[in-house]
Design a protein around this ligand. Structure first.
Ligand code: PEP
Ligand code: MG
Length: 897
């Protein structure tokens, strides 16, 4: 092939220097890059070398073979390690032992193979006996190696080795491994070697180079094992990345009582407190700390005392090494400018660093660490903002399950509305309300919910449905109310009649206690204890920084005073969507609303509307008052009709009585109004076209409320009236004329000028495409991406839960498009509408009020197309504020580059 340029496949590290750097993660993998970086920092890292991820790619592209120049590069790097340690690989007198570990670009814990103590043979083990002066240790190391290598590289199954160890222990009448002496381990070794020979038809390799190449091949091979492939698919790690292989001189934490091994975080990963936090074990190898065979001890005296442990801390047992480690901690944090997760070993009172990486942490810890680091001047505020995952703030806004508590999970649905809740199971909204009034905590379980259930959902601590997706009624309403909700737990069978729910042979009755976790979708038996969230000062501080940076405004979707107040508390800058149909379900008005819907004449409708009008006006007075002059967008009625129709005889009777007619007529009219496909039926502005008096009443209530609020408090409200489900300019114009006429009337009767805007939702593909002409008369657009997703994909938002998971599993869709906006399709329509709308009316106000307004990735998309605001449910407001700030930072950077 004549490739003259030799590729460098191998990078050495150790002795205070390295050929690699932290930035070379793609080539050296995370572990290798950080070992190099720590070496460059002068930290005590056992010397070694990294074989690059590019070699992994080569290996798979070339039929699992290596390039011809690899051998020489490995030999040279190995010689450097030998010189540094002062031992020889395979040297019978003074053997060098190495570890061989995988290390991909992204951490894949436990997915790939590792071999320790490599370089031991029947001959070199004698050298280790001599060098360590500890025969038991040397033979234990050799048997560990045969076991690990035999399994990982040679494929001999574990149980063979376990059987032999058990036999030796039985022969010696011993139960604990620690009681075995050197000669016992020698017997185990003989047994292990026989097993290998028997299983493979050849002896355990006694050539250390053969051992090394075997282990390297096994690590590269493990990149394609089933576990790793599955992990990559779940975490979206491309197979092309490959893994690196790290070969490193062994250091031993199990060579006596002046040895130890441990893991630590440079700050507390659960609280974020700036305190060294970790565990260690004297006379142990790394895996012993994680394996849980012995109880690890605390690093610091403070940690020991806080956890009421009797075991001595490292700070007491090995004060000198501890202080060295503490200095390393500060150096690493200062260098990486973030909390680190480290692994170390102490061999005969000498400290060695084996790993460092950015440590995982809780949401509360992430906030504290970011704010602290910014205040310490280690990072700037923009960096502090970028480091917080907006979605993780959910953990801080709702009660969460105590992570230490036991739980029996019986089912799993969609994590529809975060927070955890326990309570007695009830199967109807009325029962939920009754029980709640008696002081009970209840979980309302329904196959699916409808607006009639609102009062029960409000009364319940949590809502559980067996059907429906992330934008089903239950999910949207629960999020709005801040109730925990698990939606679409499809394996639960609800029997309303028997008042039971059944899953895999377990039957739960009404009145039994269950717990739901709306952050994970889990449904559990009994009451699992929760912990209350604390909105700490750091949270507010970081939000303040985010507000200084973001460009987009954040509004809320709210119609009840409670939601509106909650949203204000969380920093909402107005209401972006007030769904008036949700106001119509209160027990004291639903009958009049049904009368209105079922009325056969305009006269009948107007009679019913007259009953509703005063209540509707009061609704708006309250919202305007809470929002104190901030913009309030009110959407005119948009009900899928079926949600309003009476179902039971009792309900029909009530309506008949209210309207002064008989039940037969009501039943007949209800069946006339029945639709096959209500989501695409007589809803939204279509209702306004058929019965303009409904919108007339709503508009009048809005204007009168605005006039009254001004009269009462002097606050000027500029209502934004929004017409739903528009697909043509004509629809819009007809309904705008209705509103303008009412406005003129109220202005003349109140004698006060009222400013207002009339705009539309863009939630149908046709409206998006015709946005140019719609904007001639519409003064604002709000993207209703729930319906726009439904109608662009042609997927019913109420039924998606039953098959969308299959689409995600099959990789057809990366995300649930009802959660994260489908940028390529739905997003394209939003972009077109924004462009066409602006071309007609350059100052048109543009926002989004679908559920996507509270989803960080979708918020990011909104920033890229320059929307003026996002609107989301109250509990998502802080998430949207942070996401908007992050979006502003990255969009600004993208524009600069
Ligand atoms: C939407 O369709 O995105 C929207 C906000 O309206 P609704 O969810 O009430 O249909
Ligand atoms: Mg809609």
């Amino acid at each position: 092939m004549g490739n003259q340029v030799t590729t460098r496949w191998v990078y050495s590290f150790g002795d205070g220097k390295a050929e690699g750097r932290a930035e070379m993660k793609n080539l050296l993998g995370g572990k290798g890059a950080n070992l190099a970086e720590m070496s460059n920092l002068g930290l005590p890292v056992p010397p070694g070398f990294t074989i690059t991820t590019e070699l992994c790619t080569y290996y798979y592209k070339n039929d699992k073979t290596y390039p011809s120049d690899l051998k020489a590069q490995v030999a040279e790097a190995l010689a450097t390690v030998e010189r540094s340690i002062g031992a020889g690989f395979g040297d019978p007198e003074n053997p060098l032992l190495v570890s061989v570990r995988s290390g991909a670009r992204a951490s894949m814990p436990g997915m790939m193979d590792t071999v320790l103590n490599l370089g031991l043979t029947d001959v070199t083990v004698l050298g280790l006996v001599k060098r360590s002066g500890d025969a038991r240790f040397a033979y234990d190391s050799y048997r560990r190696f045969i076991q690990m290598y035999g399994n990982v590289v040679l494929g001999v199954e574990h149980h063979h080795f376990e059987d032999i160890l058990e036999n030796v222990k039985r022969d010696r009448n011993i139960t604990l491994d620690t009681e075995l002496v050197a000669t016992d381990w020698q017997a185990v070794i003989e047994g292990y070697k026989k097993v290998v020979e028997h299983e493979l038809g050849r002896p355990f390799p006694q050539d250390v180079h053969e051992q090394l190449w075997g282990a390297i091949g096994a690590v590269f091979g493990s990149w394609m094992n089933q576990r790793a492939i599955t992990y990559r698919r779940l975490h979206e790690i491309p197979a092309e990345w490959g893994t690196a292989v790290n070969v490193q001189a062994m250091v031993f934490g199990n060579m006596g009582n002046d040895c130890a091994t441990g893991v630590a975080f440079t700050r507390n990963p659960s609280t974020g407190e700036n305190a060294f936090y970790g565990e260690y074990l004297v006379n142990a190898q790394g895996e012993d700390v994680v394996a849980g065979i012995r109880t690890p001890q605390h690093l610091t005296i403070a940690g020991k005392e806080a956890n009421k442990s009797d075991l001595p801390s490292m700070e007491e047992v090995m004060p000198e090494v501890f202080h060295q480690l503490d200095a390393v901690r500060l150096k690493l944090e200062g260098h990486y400018r973030d909390m680190q997760d480290i692994e170390f070993t102490v061999q005969q009172n000498k400290l060695y660093m084996l790993q460092t990486r950015t440590g995982k942490r809780t949401a509360a810890a992430a906030l504290k660490i970011s704010v602290d680091l910014a205040n310490e001047g280690v990072i700037d505020r923009a960096e502090a903002i970028k480091r917080i995952d907006p979605a993780s703030l959910d953990q801080l806004l709702h009660p969460t399950l105590d992570p230490k508590a036991d739980r029996t999970v019986i089912s799993r649905g969609l994590p529809a509305s975060p927070g955890a809740a326990s309570g007695k199971l009830v199967f109807s909204a009325d029962e939920a309300e009754t029980q709640a009034q008696l002081g009970e905590s209840v979980i309302l379980c329904r196959i699916e919910t409808s607006p009639e259930d609102i009062h029960g959902m409000h009364a319940a601590r949590g809502i559980l449905t067996t059907r429906g997706g992330m934008t089903s009624h239950a999910a949207v309403v629960a999020r709005g109310m801040g109730r925990a909700c698990v939606a679409g737990a499809g394996d639960l069978r609800v029997d309303y009649k028997a008042q039971t729910v059944t899953v895999r042979g377990v039957t739960i009755k009404a009145g039994d206690t269950v717990t739901i976790d709306g952050s994970t979708g889990e449904v559990m038996l009994g009451a699992v204890p929760t912990i209350q969230p604390e909105l700490s000062g750091d949270f507010a501080t970081l939000m303040g920084w985010a507000d200084e940076i973001r460009r987009m405004k954040v509004r809320t979707n709210a119609e009840t005073p409670l939601d509106a107040r909650t949203a204000r508390k969380f920093g909402a800058e107005g209401i972006g969507l007030s769904r008036t149909e949700h106001m119509f379900f209160d027990a004291d008005r639903i009958v009049a609303v049904r009368e209105m819907i079922l009325a056969e004449t305009e006269h009948g409708r107007r009679a019913a509307l007259a009953k509703i009008a005063p209540m509707q006006r009061q609704d708006f007075v309250e919202l305007f008052t809470i929002m104190k002059g901030l913009p309030v967008t009110i959407r005119l009625l948009d009900p899928p009709l079926h949600e309003f129709l009476p179902n039971s005889d009792e309900e029909m009777e009530e309506v008949a009585k209210g309207a002064g007619t008989d039940i037969l007529k009501v039943r007949h009219r209800a069946s006339q109004l029945h639709e096959s496909n209500p989501m695409l039926g007589h809803r939204g502005c279509r209702l306004g076209i058929s019965y303009p008096e409904i919108y007339e009443m709503q508009a009048r209530s809005i204007f009168e409320a605005a006039a009254q609020v001004f009269k009462d408090s002097g606050e000027t409200v500029i209502p934004e009236i929004m017409i739903p489900l528009i697909s043509t300019k004509k629809e819009f114009d007809i309904l705008k004329a209705v509103i303008d006429k009412v406005a003129a009337e109220v202005i003349s009767s109140s004698g006060r000028k009222i400013e207002y805007l009339v705009g539309t939702m863009i939630e149908l593909p046709r409206a998006a495409l015709r946005a140019g002409d719609i904007a001639e008369t519409a003064e604002f657009f709000s993207f209703g991406t729930n319906d726009l997703t439904q109608t662009t994909f042609g997927i019913s938002r109420d039924d998606a839960g039953s098959f969308l998971p299959d689409y995600q599993r099959s990789g057809i869709l990366e995300h649930d498009p009802f959660v994260t906006i489908d940028v390529e399709g739905v997003g394209e329509l939003v972009k077109i509408a924004a462009e066409r709308g602006r071309a007609t009316r350059p100052d048109i106000k543009l926002g989004i009020c679908g559920e996507h307004g509270g989803d960080p990735a979708s918020v990011h998309f909104c920033e890229t197309i320059g929307l003026d605001y996002v609107s989301c449910s109250p509990y998502r407001v802080p998430i949207a504020r942070l996401a908007a700030a992050q979006a502003a930072l990255s969009t600004e950077r993208a524009n600069r580059d």
